[in-house]
Design a protein around this ligand. Structure first.
Ligand code: HEC
Length: 103
């Protein structure tokens, strides 16, 4: 019995860990809508590139930094406001950006 219980716990931990690592694109979409990122990141905007191009070939660290501290990660005079998001929320936003990214 003990082994079964241990296996179950490990399985659940595994599921939780992979969900965290990948982020939830649906939640990310809700956050992006709430934060109005598309005001600047839309086709034809001069303020920022379209949302589908944001993920680009960037790694998670660059995306996280750009979203939480654009002045430091992109350029000092950028108009993009820093978004205060938790690590989980950032992971969700990144999952969303990658899900809509043009390949
Ligand atoms: C006031 C306009 C504005 C808003 C609002 C805004 N951004 Fe930006 N963002 C910019 C500009 C300008 C850049 C730099 C040019 C570019 O890469 O599009 C940028 C760059 C980025 C980059 C880096 C892209 C790269 O290739 O290095 C990411 C990621 C990003 N924005 C995500 C977001 C997210 C997520 C939100 C919402 C939480 C958001 N932005 C809201 C204007 C904005």
């Amino acid at each position: 019995m003990k082994t079964v219980a241990t296996a179950l716990v490990l399985l659940l931990l595994g599921i939780a860990a992979s969900a965290w690592a990948q982020g939830d694109a649906a939640k990310g979409k809700a956050i992006v809508e709430k934060k109005k990122c598309a005001v600047c990141h839309k086709a034809g905007s001069k303020e920022g590139k379209p949302m589908e191009e944001l993920a680009g070939t960037h790694n998670d660290a660059h995306l996280k930094g750009s979203i939480t501290d654009p002045k430091k990660f992109i350029k000092p005079d950028i108009k993009m406001p820093a978004a205060k998001l938790s690590d989980q929320e950032l992971q969700d936003v990144i999952a969303y950006l990658r899900s809509i990214a043009k390949k």
